[in-house]
Design a protein around this ligand. Structure first.
Ligand code: ATP
Ligand code: TYD
Length: 234
């Protein structure tokens, strides 16, 4: 398979004209790659989480790029034209929200889920975008943007409910979307502890642990704990 992209968390291979293979690395990075460590076992756990959540969403009517998981670090997905926007849904105040709104107490529950958009650009540090920015720059039409918002809120409802059955709180998460060959919008990329904040009795079962100073090994243990709680075989 031809390696077509290597990012911080994954390698992307071309399987054929329609399908890609995404390989989750046994590595963890934070602070724009400033802190980076080997995390043996993380790739498989994060691939398993992505397969689990994407399959669950598909089963509940959300179109995703997910096709198959190899039981290890790789998943097969539909190749899409990725929209260069990160969509963030927030249920509780955390992370960059608190940085720009320091008057809000950490972990305040919002009156409704917030949806926000950031440009995918490491050089610019993923700046916050308005809806007008997105449509005026021609990244999406109003209708496409509305579809992404509706889908993101539906994903939030589904995941919040699923996690709450296991005593877990979904604080916030990041989504990416892409267009397939017929111009349909599909949910893309990953859904794992790297891209979601999940709390159990106040403890993070996500990458925040590593950002807070925990070792890579403790992070892998937390991902394994999350998988056990969700009944994910990995
Ligand atoms: P960032 O998350 O900021 O893009 P990165 O490039 O380091 O950082 P990785 O997760 O390592 O991220 O790389 C995976 C890449 O694959 C991302 O650029 C993502 O947008 C892209 N991608 C995800 N799903 C698909 C898909 N179905 N088709 C094409 N590209 C995809
Ligand atoms: P956010 O609070 O905006 O950023 P930071 O992680 O810098 O504090 O993150 C909101 C959610 O989105 C959180 O669950 C982590 C996830 N996320 C990503 O997966 N990738 C990203 O590049 C960013 C900025 C956030």
């Amino acid at each position: 398979m031809e390696l077509i992209y290597e990012g911080k968390a994954k390698r992307v291979y071309k399987l054929n004209n329609e399908w890609l293979v995404m390989e989750f690395k046994d590595e963890v990075t934070a602070f724009d790659g400033l802190r980076k460590e080997v995390a043996i076992g993380k790739g498989r756990l994060a691939a398993a989480q992505t397969a689990f959540f994407m399959s669950y969403l598909e089963g509940n009517g959300v179109r995703t790029h997910f096709i198959d998981w190899d039981g290890d670090r790789r998943i097969t997905v539909r190749a899409l034209r990725i929209v260069p926007i990160e969509v963030i849904v927030r249920n509780y105040a955390y992370g960059s929200f608190l940085k720009r709104m320091p008057m809000v107490k950490p972990l305040t529950r919002f009156s409704k889920p917030l949806v926000e958009f950031h440009l995918k650009s490491d050089e610019l540090h993923d700046p916050l975008l308005t809806m007008d920015d997105i449509t005026e720059a021609g990244l999406l039409t109003r209708e496409e943007l509305q579809e992404i918002i509706n889908t993101s809120l539906r994903v939030n409802d589904l995941l919040t409910n699923l996690l709450s059955t296991r005593g877990l709180i979904l604080v916030d998460f990041k989504l990416e979307f892409g267009f397939d060959g017929s111009g349909r919008l599909l949910l893309a990329d990953e859904l794992s502890g790297d891209t979601m904040r999940i709390l159990r009795n106040g403890k993070h079962l996500d990458k925040e642990l590593f950002r807070m100073g925990a070792s890579a090994m403790d992070l892998v243990k937390a991902y394994a704990e999350l998988n056990a709680l969700l009944g994910i075989k990995s």
